[in-house]
Write a protein of this length. Structure first.
Length: 321
């Protein structure tokens, strides 16, 4: 049996896993991103975790895949920068990890990795033209065009979270303004919730769910409230869904995908979010591409990053030889 190690880097945590050749997770480990003072200490912890996962079976491990939440050059294994994790400018992560763990390392954008997971083992299996959208602390995208991952001229294609929704608007961590991420990223959904609670135009029981400690409000709490019929929570998710739907309208008109797969923690809001996204796309996109696209939740959910990272390593090793 051959094995691979997947590394799913995020602004909140880093997930690592040992996976078999069918990309089934055998063992896993997590690191709290905020617990490390800088990139060097985090890279050291990632390398040590890889060594622990490989303990006793290193000779069976064929490669390591890494999904990173930012702009990546996969040919060089270079991270240009991570939008929501400061201090990661021009980091040659492939070279550093290979020197420390003694195994081949392959790196790509985290949502490209998610797209590979869904293409080979998830909702997009058997499809040729697919858009993947990941909703979390940041918002990212991955494109499968004619059955292959599309990375673009400078390997930066698919940054759906940084498509501007307006000419003017709030500044984004990427340096732009009015980006989709600035309206539907985790922290901004919470900002909207707190703002609406101050105004309290609708009856709500959200404070009861957090025992009146508003610092505990998060997208999961808002999802629970919406599922119980809370009007304020439902309004928040409908607003988020409209923003996403407007962005996807342009994407659907441009690329004419057969499938849009949406994953990440925010997508756990469920049908109230998806219904609004679908309705917005159906109302605003051109009729032919709107009728041919399906918008669905990701199948692999929180495991997509690990599975996709293992797929990346597996397919790159297969391609090279």
């Amino acid at each position: 049996m051959r094995y691979f190690i997947g590394v799913d880097m995020g602004a909140t945590q880093v997930k690592l896993g040992l996976l078999d050749s069918n990309c089934r997770i055998v063992k896993r480990k997590r690191l709290d991103t905020a617990a490390f003072t800088g990139k060097d200490s985090l890279i050291g912890a990632i390398a040590q975790s890889i060594i622990l996962l490989a303990s006793g079976i290193k000779y069976k491990i064929k490669g390591i895949g890494v999904g990173a939440p930012g702009l990546v050059n996969p040919e060089k294994g270079l991270i240009h920068y991570l939008v929501n994790i400061p201090g990661w400018e021009n980091v040659h992560l492939k070279r550093i990890l290979e020197s420390r763990v003694g195994l081949p390392v392959f790196i790509d954008n985290d949502v490209n990795v998610m797209a590979l997971a869904e293409l080979y083992h998830g909702r997009a299996k058997g499809k040729r033209n697919v858009v993947c959208l990941a909703l979390g602390t940041g918002v990212g995208g991955g494109l499968i065009l004619e059955g292959r991952l599309y990375r673009g001229a400078a390997f930066s294609a698919g940054e759906l979270g940084h498509i501007p929704l307006n000419e003017e608007g709030p500044s984004c961590n990427c340096g732009g303004r009015a980006c989709l991420e600035r309206y539907v990223g985790n922290r901004y959904i919470i900002e909207q919730a707190l703002d609406k609670l101050k105004k309290a135009p609708l009856p709500t029981r959200i404070p009861e769910l957090v025992k009146n400690d508003l610092s505990k409000i998060n997208p999961q709490i808002l999802s629970i409230a919406a599922s119980r019929g809370d009007l304020l929570a439902k309004e928040i998710w409908q607003t988020v869904g409209r923003h996403i739907g407007v962005c996807l309208t342009g994407v659907v008109n441009l690329l004419n995908p057969e499938l849009v797969v949406i994953g990440g923690g925010v997508a756990e809001a469920g049908e109230i979010l998806f219904d609004t996204i679908r309705k917005t796309v159906n109302e605003r996109a051109m009729s032919v591409p709107a009728q041919s696209v399906k918008i669905v939740p990701a199948k692999l959910k929180e495991n997509a990053g690990l599975i996709g990272a293992a797929v990346l390593a597996r397919e790159e090793i297969k391609r090279s030889g």
